[in-house]
Ligand binder design. Structure first.
Ligand code: IMP
Ligand code: MG
Length: 421
């Protein structure tokens, strides 16, 4: 069976820490979408490590790690990540596998990302500018280069052909970064990647699954950034919901088992786009400060607000979440009251459904208030030790989302995780 773990909000739900914890019970951790726009933060041996493309199972010596075909890879970024990991886990390369079919991010993809964002002015997406969108455009446009191509003797020819096309596109923009400086490091990194284990991962996974091995698919970004169901056009360019696992790894839907869905106890978003429960006030500022809400990849400060149960119910539905995980619950320790959006007033009408045109309607959230709790939950080591008001809040969330909570993370430490089953 293959279990799935994904974010239910706009990313940064704390997936890295949870995958790192769950990895103990899995044989393979596989990334199925996204690319180096992701930043999964882990604390290993007291050291902070940010993973971008490599799955978060890498710190468990029994875990194999697969970068699946649905992922887009920046060779330079991947090489840097490996080099950062080697002193910590010298066997990282033996346990790392890359799908032949994963697409390559070229220097000109990054240039196109930057030029296109700059040209959008006020309407900019707030992209991480890692070349993700242009790379997926070439994939669906049937022009892209894949990791397998770096093994081909015609690689340079294929690269030049695509780059020429990009140069024509770049001519329409005024602000084009000096991408040529990225070319040599790109080729050097491609040379390095040639020595890695590049495989037909769909067959590889099938064989391991038939042997009874346990696979965990690790999502990146969040469900509200999904290309189809997110707050389009303020989204990323891949399917971040559970369905993305099937085409991002080449596994059949019947093989999917548990779906772990992660949400913060509040809500954040980095980049532009609608965010109905956003707080533009001192409470929002306090959430950012206490929650240390600054991007792992870009360092940008994250927008903060209350938990949005309307959006969560939607994303729980889309992925068929079977187990909920609430992270950063300790951040709410000093807030009173604590609020949760339970409905929207959309253009004057109350609704429990997420409007498809969230970007164009005016939304006022309807909140349910919860009293703050009287003792910090960061110091609790079991769920039963947590204050009654916190447990009431949790059961309300469970009832609203019709899904049971499996874990609650109450601090950044690897051991600050309350298990509830
Ligand atoms: P892109 O995927 O880098 O083009 O970014 C598109 C949007 O998704 C922007 O709003 C980004 O801030 C957001 N985004 C992309 N990756 C992440 C992530 O890993 N965490 C949170 N937001 C992300
Ligand atoms: Mg992140």
């Amino acid at each position: 069976m293959i279990d799935v773990l994904l974010g239910l909000q706009w990313g940064d739900e704390g997936k890295g820490k949870i995958v790192d914890y769950l990895a103990a019970s899995y044989n393979i951790i596989a990334r199925f979408q996204g690319g180096p726009n992701a930043g999964h933060t882990l604390y290993v041996d007291g050291k902070k490590v940010v993973l971008r493309t490599i799955p978060s199972g890498v710190f468990h010596s029994h875990c194999l790690n697969l970068i699946g075909n649905g992922v887009v890879i920046d060779p330079v970024s991947l090489q840097q990540e490996i080099e950062q990991l080697l002193p910590l886990r010298p066997d990282v390369l033996q346990r790392l596998f890359i799908a032949h079919r994963a697409h390559l991010i070229l220097p000109t993809h990054r240039a196109l990302d930057a030029a296109s964002e700059a040209s959008k002015g006020e309407d900019k997406i707030g992209s991480t500018l890692k070349g993700i969108g242009p790379c997926y455009m070439d994939k669906t446009g049937r022009n892209g280069l894949r990791i397998g191509d770096i093994l081909s003797k015609d690689f340079r020819k294929k690269y030049d052909k695509l780059t020429q096309k990009h140069l024509q596109m770049l001519r329409q923009y005024d602000a084009v970064p000096d991408w040529e400086q990225w070319e040599q490091p790109f080729f050097d990194a491609c040379e390095y990647l040639r020595s890695l284990q590049i495989i037909n991962s769909e067959y590889w996974l099938d064989k391991l699954l038939k042997q009874g091995k346990k696979v965990l698919a690790e999502g990146a970004q969040g469900s509200m950034l999904d290309i189809d169901y997110g707050t389009y056009p303020f989204v990323t360019s891949s399917n971040t919901i559970a369905a993305g696992v099937c085409n991002g790894l080449g596994v059949a839907p019947s093989r999917i088992g548990e779906v772990y869905g992660i949400t913060k106890a509040y809500c954040t978003r980095v980049g532009s786009g609608p965010f109905p429960t956003e707080l533009d006030d001192a409470t929002g500022e306090e959430l950012r400060k206490v929650g240390n809400e600054f991007g792992a990849v870009t360092g940008r400060s994250r927008r903060c607000g209350w938990i949005d149960l309307v959006a969560l119910k939607y994303t729980v539905m889309l992925s068929g979440v079977t187990k909920l995980i609430i992270t950063k619950a300790d951040v709410l320790d000093n807030f009173n009251p604590i609020k949760a959006a339970v409905a929207y007033i959309a253009d004057g009408t109350e609704t429990n459904e997420l409007p498809y045109d969230l970007c164009d309607v005016s939304i006022t959230p309807v909140y349910k208030n919860f009293p703050g709790w009287d003792k910090p939950i960061s110091t609790c080591s079991t769920f039963d030790e947590t204050p009654q008001v916190f447990r009431d809040y949790c059961s309300f969330v469970e009832q609203y989302l019709e899904t049971k909570i499996a874990f609650i993370s109450n601090g950044t430490g690897r051991d600050q995780l309350l298990t509830i089953f």
